[in-house]
Design a protein. Structure first.
Length: 186
């Protein structure tokens, strides 16, 4: 379990790496006094907002590398490689809010009937990953709250995020995973 101090540290590192990369094209090194728990493998997303509008969001839903290494990597990607946006400029740094979401391991939601998904999802607690063949879409738990969605709207929007029809969650050959996240903000 990460503490609020751990979260504050992760957010500070994310900001520091973005500033360093945008101003000097340098990637910071992991501090030597890092809490060993921050070197455990965990999924993570870094979200950038400017004036309460999404400016970039990239992450790893699966625990593919040590958390702090992943934060450094996805902070740079959120600032420079989110395909929905132009790269962040150094002029924007003062107006940028950094958020780090540390994810639990995704768990496949097992249902016999697709309508059961609605009762197995908790808005504000669960993020979703929807997979069908090569298509995959993810929405973090906070997205449903920000948009005031119910369970069916969260399912539909996750389908669309995957590039699939909004009702694909009702298909028997779809895989839907849920996960939780601990969110740390500046």
């Amino acid at each position: 379990m990460l503490t609020s101090e751990d979260g504050k540290f992760l957010v500070q590192i994310a900001r520091k790496v973005i500033v360093s990369y945008l101003t000097h094209k340098k990637i910071i090194e992991i501090p030597k006094n890092t809490n060993p728990q921050l070197m455990e493998y965990m999924g993570v997303f870094v979200t950038l907002n400017r004036e309460k509008q999404l400016r970039g969001c990239i992450g790893y839903p699966e625990p593919v590398m040590p958390l702090l290494e992943a934060v450094i990597d996805v902070a740079i990607c959120a600032a420079t490689r989110d395909p929905r946006f132009n790269p962040v400029t150094s002029v924007e740094l003062d107006n940028l809010d950094v958020e780090v979401s540390v994810l639990s391991k995704p768990v496949l939601i097992d249902v016999k009937n697709p309508k059961e998904y609605i009762e197995k999802i908790k808005i504000g607690q669960d993020g979703l990953i929807i997979e069908k063949g090569p298509y995959r879409g993810l929405l973090l738990p906070q997205v449903a709250i920000e948009w005031k969605w119910d369970e069916e709207e969260l399912l539909s929007n996750t389908c669309m995020k995957a590039g699939l029809p909004s009702n694909c969650w009702q298909s028997p050959d779809i895989k839907i995973y849920k996960f939780s996240s601990t969110i740390f903000k500046e």
